[in-house]
Design a protein. Structure first.
Length: 141
């Protein structure tokens, strides 16, 4: 959790444009999935199990960062920088799309006919996810 929070805590910079923040966020989440797949899976299993061991830590450390990100997204919406969207669920969707590259890497590799995901697969994922998110927000990729 420490490594993930370190990567995520500085991304929601209000002085940057939405597409730059979102690109950095998606890149960081995919990099974590690529570099720390076991840590991602352990975290996922903790949450899937009801966050019995780390629920308090998640509330204390993760939730404030996420709320700060949501507030930034809502400011962008109010300023007309992005299309109106439920910012909380947007983050949930980004998490799901990026974390799946750790949690379901074996299935993805099988579908792609490989032993494991390759660097180009992560680049393709980044390009695709960024296009999806930016398009949904009315931003030209």
């Amino acid at each position: 959790m420490d490594d993930w929070l370190e990567r995520m805590s500085h991304l929601a910079d209000p002085d940057k444009e939405p597409q730059d923040v979102l690109r950095a966020y998606i890149q960081a989440k995919l990099a974590f999935s690529r570099e720390q797949p076991c840590a991602s899976r352990v975290y996922a299993m903790e949450v899937i199990g009801g966050a019995q061991l780390y629920g308090d830590k998640i509330r204390e450390r993760v939730v404030p960062i996420v709320r700060k990100d949501i507030e930034l997204f809502e400011r962008w919406i109010a300023a007309g920088k992005i299309a109106p969207i439920n910012a909380t669920h947007l983050l949930f969707a980004i998490w799901a799309m990026t974390q799946s590259y750790a949690d379901f890497a074996a299935q993805m590799a099988l579908v792609l006919g490989r032993e494991q995901l390759q660097p180009q697969d992560y680049q393709d994922a980044e390009d695709t996810l960024l296009k999806l998110v930016l398009s949904a927000l009315g931003i030209k990729p």
